[in-house]
Design a protein around this ligand. Structure first.
Ligand code: ZN
Length: 371
């Protein structure tokens, strides 16, 4: 297990690449932001908006924004509505997990603050639960179904409203390192980035759900997709999670500060919508030896907010420490006892990266604080 010389990201992150100087591709893409001609990129976005503005006639929607209610969604909506003068329809693909107070507030705040209409799409809860059990047990990827829905459902809604221009936030693979990393504005291949790639349909159907249950999880046919122009906002404007958070807060976004201090996070503004969702990110810890704390500590080092040594201390303190409230709310929703839950987690520990000590705890073999 190697770690980036600049941040604290290990080479076990799927799809990340290290160069000959031992620096990860996420650090390199952040550095490259400094050399991008942002004025030219901004003009590209304006040109794209000029192409679609008013396309459905006066007083009609002319673009769609896939929003989660998060900090980035606030920023995207601001750019499209207030800077580009578009008339966006907000599409919020939700899930059925118990929401936090901040999450409930934020999703409504976007529509109200920016004066937009929002369509909320919610999948069938029973189907969601069945798929969550399947992907958690087989792949250690409990929230696959929610991520898939977030990516795919907006395509269907955008097509139905004849809104080819569909705006997503960040190009995760390119910004943070991942499969198919490419500096592109087009989000057509987003589905391949690993978070929500295909799980064989047969396997999904083996849970007793039907093909009809999967309609909004299945990409629209190619001839419909070809008419769409899904884009990443992160291609057109300099992208910084913390800056987006500060912006969102100035427009009424709520954090979890007074509600929940998750032990495996070091911030209060990322994925704040529900307690259970964050299990997905944490499951990367047993599988790949790192999770959210490593992600955010790495970002903060890149942004110049903390030193690499400070980041290492945060990783050592938080990365392993899955919050009990995440476990509790996840188990309650899906229907596991906590004992069943931990037995499944056990199965996903990667024995190349961890060993069990005399206390029965999983200990990382190659932690960054000993590297
Ligand atoms: Zn790095």
């Amino acid at each position: 297990m190697k770690y980036c010389k600049k941040c604290v990201m290990p080479d076990t992150r799927p799809g990340i690449v290290f160069d000959e100087e031992g620096v990860c591709s996420a650090c390199r893409s952040y550095e490259k932001q400094k050399t991008v001609d942002w004025d030219a990129r901004y003009k590209e976005l304006e040109a794209l908006c000029d192409k679609y503005r008013g396309m459905n006639g006066p007083d009609k929607f002319d673009c769609a924004i896939a929003v989660s209610g998060g900090k980035d969604s606030h920023f995207q909506t601001y750019v499209m509505k207030e800077l580009m003068g578009m008339n966006p329809l907000l599409i919020s693909a939700l899930d059925n997990l118990q929401m936090t107070e901040a999450g409930k507030h934020n999703i409504d705040n976007i529509a109200e603050e920016f004066g937009c209409t929002m369509i909320k799409v919610r999948p069938k809860a029973k189907v969601q639960k069945k798929i969550m059990r399947l992907t958690f047990e087989n792949f250690g990827h409990p929230i696959w179904v929610c991520e898939r829905f977030t990516y795919v459902a907006p395509f269907h809604v955008a097509i139905n409203f004849n809104l080819p221009l569909l705006v997503y936030g960040e190009n995760v693979s390119y910004t943070y390192g991942g499969p198919g990393a490419e500096d592109t504005y087009s989000a057509k291949k987003q589905i391949l980035n690993g978070a929500a790639s295909d799980i064989p349909e047969d396997l999904l159907l083996s849970t007793g759900i039907t093909k009809a249950d999967l309609e909004l999880y299945t990409m629209p046919p190619v001839e419909q997709l070809e008419k769409l122009e899904p884009i990443y906002m992160s291609y057109f404007l300099p992208w910084n999670s913390h800056k987006n958070y500060l912006f969102a807060r100035s427009r009424g976004f709520h954090t979890l500060t007074h509600e929940w201090e998750a032990t495996h996070h070091i911030e209060h503004y990322n994925q704040v919508d529900s307690y259970a969702y964050s299990l997905n990110g944490w499951m990367r810890y047993p599988k790949f030896g790192h999770q959210y704390t490593t992600d955010f500590a790495s970002r903060y080092v890149r942004y110049g907010m903390i030193t690499r040594d400070e980041a290492i201390a945060l990783v050592q303190k938080h990365d392993h420490d899955l919050d009990p409230k995440t476990v509790e709310t996840f188990c309650e929703f899906v229907g596991y006892s906590e004992s069943e839950f931990w037995q499944i987690v056990e199965k996903h520990y990667n024995k190349d990266l961890f060993y069990k000590d005399d206390w029965g705890r999983w200990i990382p073999k190659y932690p960054i604080w000993k590297a």
